[in-house]
Every structure is written in C-alpha cells, then in structure tokens.
Design a protein around this ligand. Structure first.
Ligand code: X90
Length: 276
C-alpha cells in the first residue's frame, strides 16, 4: 500500500487519526477580538455559549497557507478534501498551498477535492477515500471519489440562520426565513455547494419527519448515514429511530458538530450526510 496522507478541514467534524493517516486542518472562528482555532482542544459547548454571549462582530476564516503546508510536509502523495468552495475560500487556499508545495517538491502528487458540502457528508467521503487508498491506485482515486460523491447528499435543519446571514453565506430568500421565530429551515447542499432551502418545519417531530421525507425524495434507500448535531442529541436520536424503523439494516452514526459547523448550524442544528 502506498503511503498517502489524507487531509481534511475541520468543517468535517472529524479528529486527526494517525491510524488512517488523517490530518484535520482547523478553520478559525473570530468572536469580537477573540480567535478560536477549530481543533481538538476546543470545548465545543463552552464555545457555543460564547457565541451567544458575544455581541461583537462574529466571523470565520479559512486555514492559511502555512497550515496546509504543515499538513502536507513530508508527503509524496496526498489528498486534500475541503468544505464547499460555494461558501468558503478554503478550497482555493488549499489549491494555492499545493502549488507552493509542489514547487518545492516537484515529484509530489496532491489531489485537491471540493466536497461541495460540509460536516457529515465529508465523513462519508473520508470513509470512502480511506477505502480507495487501500484498494486502488492513486491515479484512479479522483474518478472513483467523484462517482461516489454523485450519490451522497447533505440535508440539514437550522433553528437560526443568524450567523450564516450576517456572514453573507445565504441568499436573500433564505435570509428572509431567518427572521421567523420557532421555525426551522430544512435545506440541502445544492449541486454547486451552496445552501438551498427546501422547506420549513415547526417543532421536533415535524422537523425529523421532513428530514426523513427529503432523504427519501433524494432516493435514500438504506445506505450509510451520519447525523451531526449542535446540542440536539434528542432530535438526532429521533431521526435515527425514524430511519431505522423503515431501514433496520442502515448504518447510522450520531456525532457532534465541531466549532465551525456549530458556529454556522447554531444551537439545535442537525446536519445529515447520507448515501443513496
Ligand atoms: O470562513 C470560511 O471560509 C468558512 C465558511 C464556511 C461556511 C459553511 C459552513 C456550513 C456549516 C451550516 C449548514 C449547512 C450548509 C451547507 C451548504 C453547502 C453548516
């Protein structure tokens, strides 16, 4: 097996794992004049409270070139998977870093992939990449992962769109829903990797039902599912139960949103990555 480094940014809600040669590069969250690196040392729930205490300017920034270069250091072959280029400069900063890396290491090969998504859909892609690294040649990974990606999706429900709206990451149509009290927006990552509203729901039961309905609309039929939540284990569990009722064999894992996804999906948010 070739030694291939797998590098993903922290929008994936994953932790670095030396067993799979996986390195997670952090994005940064800025609350007023405080800066938080979205890494393993972050206390996500304390961070969440800070977001809501903070009345100053809130924002995020993509990893800088040095962070990518540090992650790439020493590798002959590497794969970088990033959060959607439709909402973040992360993909383009990774591309720039790779250019610099390859000038210094002309015989290195680096594949940079745009997930067109965030959170749990990246977990599916990382699982598949680990499998491909073990079973196929480096040259064929790009095509295989793109074929897989055509059959993975991201749905989400959001109780607040405040942080997405103030940072200009959603359209004006979606921003209008942001003002509605007690309404959750159900949405999907579009093919271009932007946030696409699909509908609204009131209360946990309706939200879970809507998410499940939309999964089936997108041809879900028992594939692998990752559900990442922001302080909302209850609804994550109900969704898991709902899926399991109809698809008892489905492999479903519940996880938590790390800093970047917590910042944008906000308290109560659910993100659902699934295969169809
Ligand atoms: O500062 C930056 O470059 C980071 C910007 C990232 C913005 C997207 C993060 C999304 C997190 C919110 C709900 C899912 C929307 C996904 C649509 C593709 C989660």
């Amino acid at each position: 097996m070739e030694e291939i480094k797998l590098i993903v940014d922290s929008s994936s809600n994953l932790k670095s794992d030396s067993k799979s040669n996986l390195i997670v590069v952090p994005l940064t969250i800025n609350l007023g004049n405080q800066t938080f690196l979205d890494n393993d040392q972050m206390d996500y729930s304390a961070f969440l409270d800070k977001i809501y205490e903070n009345k100053e300017k809130l924002g995020t920034s993509c990893p800088n070139l040095q962070e990518w270069l540090d992650a790439l250091a020493g590798s002959k072959k590497a794969i970088i998977l990033t959060v959607t280029s439709g909402l973040s400069g992360t993909y383009s900063s990774a591309k720039q870093a790779v250019e610099i890396y390859q000038e210094e290491n002309p015989d290195s090969e680096v594949l940079v992939l745009d997930s067109k998504s965030a959170g749990p859909e990246l977990k599916l892609l990382v699982d598949k990449l680990i499998e491909l690294i073990q079973n196929t040649s480096f040259a064929s990974i790009s095509e295989s992962i793109k074929a897989y990606q055509a059959n993975t999706h991201l749905l989400f429900s959001l109780e607040s769109l405040h942080n997405l709206a103030v940072n200009g990451r959603i359209s004006s149509a979606a921003a209008r829903i942001a003002g509605m009290l007690h309404i959750r927006m159900i949405g999907e990552a579009s093919a271009e990797g932007t946030l696409e509203p699909l509908g609204k729901a009131r209360g946990s039961k309706k939200t879970v039902l809507e998410l499940f309905k939309n999964m089936e609309k997108q041809n879900y039929s028992g594939g692998k599912v990752y559900i990442d939540h922001v302080d909302n284990l209850k609804d994550a569990k109900s969704l898991k139960e709902k899926i399991t009722e109809k698809y008892p064999e489905a492999q479903i894992e519940i996880g938590i949103c790390h800093g970047l996804c917590s910042f944008y999906a906000e308290k109560g948010g659910l993100m659902v990555g699934f295969e169809n």
